[in-house]
Ligand binder design. Sequence first.
Ligand code: COA
Length: 323
Amino acid sequence: MTIRAVVTGVGHYLPERVMENAEFEKLVDTSDEWIRSRSGIERRHIAAEGETTSSLGANAARAALADAGKAAEEVDAIILATSTPDLTFPSAATMVQRELGMTHGFAFDVQAVCAGFVYALTTANAMIVTGQAKRVLVIGAETFSRIIDWTDRTTCVLFGDGAGALLLEAQEGEGSSADRGILAADLNSDGRHRDILYVDGGVSTGTTGHLRMEGREVFRHAVEKLAQTAQMSLEKAGLTAEDIDWVVPHQANIRIIQGTAKKLGLGMEKVVVTVQDHGNTSAASIPLALSVGRANGQIRDGDLVVTEAIGGGLAWGSVVLRW
Ligand SMILES: CC(C)(COP(=O)(O)OP(=O)(O)OC[C@H]1O[C@@H](n2cnc3c(N)ncnc32)[C@H](O)[C@@H]1OP(=O)(O)O)[C@@H](O)C(=O)NCCC(=O)NCCS
């Protein structure tokens, strides 16, 4: 018998305010056409005053619990991936725990920027297969609109706010790649690339800071490393790209998504794409795309799903799971 961490619920939350590309034409020297053609992004959601990463995350968590037909009292742990927590501490995860009225178990944040959800899923899986928790809420939530430099046209047009969540539960499997649940994961980081994607503030500066990025450099690393990590986790699961039903990539740029699919030898009909509607929501992008893909009937029970992401650090990784 093998313990597997199986997805039993998924949900998401997006702030009400939608900002179309055209609105940026009034803020910086850009155009809807440039943003669409270089990134694939058409619009993004922006958190309202008073909305925070933890409030977005709590809404997504409620949706995932409702999808699973479970209550917060039945959850053992909350792992929340974010690089835009409400405060330096406590963790946004404990704030979600409080919002859900959950007074038992444990909650903590994971910070691996845009790769955060893949890191959080891998951590939750490790806790479930080693018996430390039976039911874990894994959340990706971000308010990148608060760390964007709204005067920098090379970055401000690319990001958005939102949250997504999965409920993972321990179930028995056979130990084969036909099992439901997380089958393999692959995590990587390389701190030498700090300066191509970072926020120029934090405890050491006494400011929140703004996101800074050398987009062309990040792009160059992304396609290569994403295809590599997807192949590595497939290999660990004893599977190949031909077995994939859906790739659910981090949604940063349609050209990165297309380039990675091509490297894996997959057509775009096997890729869940939400970047046009959400922009880059960092750690929230994968659970948001999983939730949208599930809601619109793309991802079905038994489907083999590969998620992959890369972000600041650089940090990157992938997870292979059977829904
Ligand atoms: C940012 C990104 C969309 C830029 O696309 P690109 O094709 O690489 O474009 P470049 O950076 O080469 O810029 C081309 C030109 O467009 C200009 N430009 C940049 N942003 C612009 C904007 N919003 N509107 C109009 N022009 C813009 C640049 O200044 C540059 O002009 P120049 O040639 O006169 O210097 C792309 O590099 C990218 O997506 N990178 C990865 C970013 C990412 O996903 N990061 C998150 C990972 S988690």
